[in-house]
Design a protein around this ligand. Structure first.
Ligand SMILES: [Zn+2]
Ligand SMILES: [Zn+2]
Length: 400
């Protein structure tokens, strides 16, 4: 006995069409979240043509029932209070499992009048927002449910279920949870954000969360040549159609061949690029010296030096007690590593002078460079030589 045609909707029994449809519609939702809600609304990393803004708002209403002002406010608060009690969704505070599976609960709990008031500025308040999107919050979702069932019949229920779980799981759960817990870090930004995988495809580039927390206003989330940000691919497509304009894509720094003076330009150039500079310090100074010590060490010392490069360069808040003890042992026993460890902390401290005037920053940076050169450590001297070539591009605005 065969089932009636209406059982499979107007598309008929064709699982591949249903799968393709699900992948396309969920991807459009992911692009709406990463390009519109995240990069445009929360961070103003790019400009978007009004027609595209309207499309994204409509699509988000249709498929998620999320309100721009709420998402924007919660997300800005997350950046302002990362990994503290105030953070609306920190797995470091609430546990990974809680954020991964109950992300939407944390999101909803974070939506308070105070948060909206403080962090929700510059979001749509027009007629559509007031009378349609905010007023009939879940009507869009009902329309999608009906459309899925009309198209695919009983299979449409599964399609609808996947659509409804996609954002809560991948955006609210995986990014907010795993993106502050597991993965690799290109930069020691002052929180726990990680790049989950180097290819941001499934979640539109949001996987590159460590890069994002390091450069929150950048429209492009990939940094290394082997990383891929699908959201950025779409932004470039929209840009070629005149529908988008990236405003910032990370620090713009110039390296001048043969420059060996530490002047104000060097200081600003290095300050702009400080996260990359610290990453290079780990690779070019700490890494080779740890390796050298490891090669000539006895068995017990080798044990102590395992993964020493990353421990000696790690962001303070991420160092566990057992690692802290190991740092103390390394510093007590190997003078050259003690020196480069202290020099790293001092270089980090130079950036804290950026609140003062430029002159103070220049003096602190010059002092650090002379101390580094005076240590006689070759890797450190070469590092300082390279820093001297930094400058500020004369026509930085022209590169946007
Ligand atoms: Zn985050
Ligand atoms: Zn963000």
């Amino acid at each position: 006995m065969s089932l009636p045609d209406w059982w499979y909707g107007i598309v008929g029994l064709n699982p591949w069409v249903a799968i393709l449809y699900t992948l396309v519609v969920t991807h459009v939702t992911i692009v709406s979240v990463t390009v519109y809600l995240h990069r445009f609304s929360a961070h103003r990393a790019l400009e978007l043509h009004p027609s595209l803004q309207h499309f994204f708002r409509f699509w988000l209403w249709l498929t998620t029932g999320m309100v721009t002002v709420e998402w924007t406010a919660i997300h800005r608060k997350h950046h302002a209070t990362t990994e503290t009690e105030e953070d609306p969704h920190s797995p470091r505070i609430h546990g990974l499992r809680a954020i991964l599976f109950r992300g939407v609960e944390f999101y909803r709990a974070g939506v308070t009048a105070d948060t909206i008031d403080r962090y929700g500025k510059g979001t749509p308040e027009d007629w559509l927002e007031r009378n349609v999107y905010s007023r009939f919050l879940f009507t869009g979702i009902v329309i999608v449910a009906v459309a899925d069932i009309v198209l695919f019949g009983s299979i449409g229920i599964v399609v609808f279920g996947v659509q409804m779980l996609w954002i809560p799981f991948f955006a609210a759960g995986v990014i907010n949870g795993v993106g502050h817990f597991w993965g690799y870090r290109n930069f020691e930004c002052p929180d726990a954000a990680t790049n989950i995988v180097p290819w941001g495809i499934l979640i539109g580039g949001e996987e590159l969360h460590n890069n994002h927390h390091t450069y929150p206003n950048s429209a492009k989330l990939s940094v290394r040549p082997w990383e891929f940000d699908l959201g950025w691919f779409w932004i470039r497509c929209f840009q070629s159609l005149g529908l988008a304009k990236p405003l910032y894509t990370g620090p713009v720094v110039e390296r001048v061949n043969g420059k060996n003076q530490i002047d104000m330009d060097t200081t600003w150039g290095v300050l702009n690029d400080r996260f990359e500079v610290m990453a290079r310090y780990a690779e070019e100074v700490v890494g080779p010296l740890v390796e050298e010590e490891y090669r000539r060490a006895d068995r017990a010392t080798r044990q102590m030096l395992k993964r020493a490069k990353s421990i000696l360069c790690r962001e303070e808040m991420l160092i566990k007690e057992v690692e802290r003890q190991r740092i103390a042992r390394i510093v007590d026993n190997i003078p050259v590593l003690a020196t480069i460890y202290e020099m790293r902390i001092e270089l980090q401290a130079v950036w804290s002078k950026r609140g003062g005037n430029g002159e103070e920053l220049l003096i602190a940076f010059r002092e650090w460079c002379s101390t580094a050169e005076a240590t006689g450590i070759q890797a450190l001297r070469e590092f300082v030589e390279e820093l001297k070539s930094y400058s500020v591009p004369r026509l930085a605005a022209a590169t946007f």
